[in-house]
Design a protein. Structure first.
Length: 95
């Protein structure tokens, strides 16, 4: 099914979040967080922060990333954030 939306008058900044938010909403529907005490989101970029903002019913949500700037932004939203460094020679993050 193809859907066409008239985005006349929608600010570029708002429109730019439409696709990431769609990913987040699909992800939130796919996970079960109700009744959980803690959750960890791997990646504190735009999609990770949006995922943490949309996750409901969890007392404590943490984000992990290798980018300190992203972690600082996540902390400014009230999330606990932890830095994860690659081990020497590793090509992939731990999560």
């Amino acid at each position: 099914m193809d859907i066409a939306i008239d985005a006349t008058g929608v600010a570029f900044e708002t429109a730019a979040l439409a696709e990431p938010m769609g990913c987040v909403l699909n992800g939130v529907e796919a996970i079960w967080t109700e009744g959980a005490d803690e959750a960890l989101v791997c990646g504190a970029g735009p999609i990770g922060v949006l995922m943490a903002l949309r996750t409901r019913g969890v007392a404590s949500i943490g984000l992990v990333d290798i980018n300190e700037g992203r972690l600082e932004l996540a902390a400014s939203f009230g999330f606990s954030a932890a830095s994860r460094r690659f081990s020497q020679g590793s090509q992939r993050p731990p999560c």
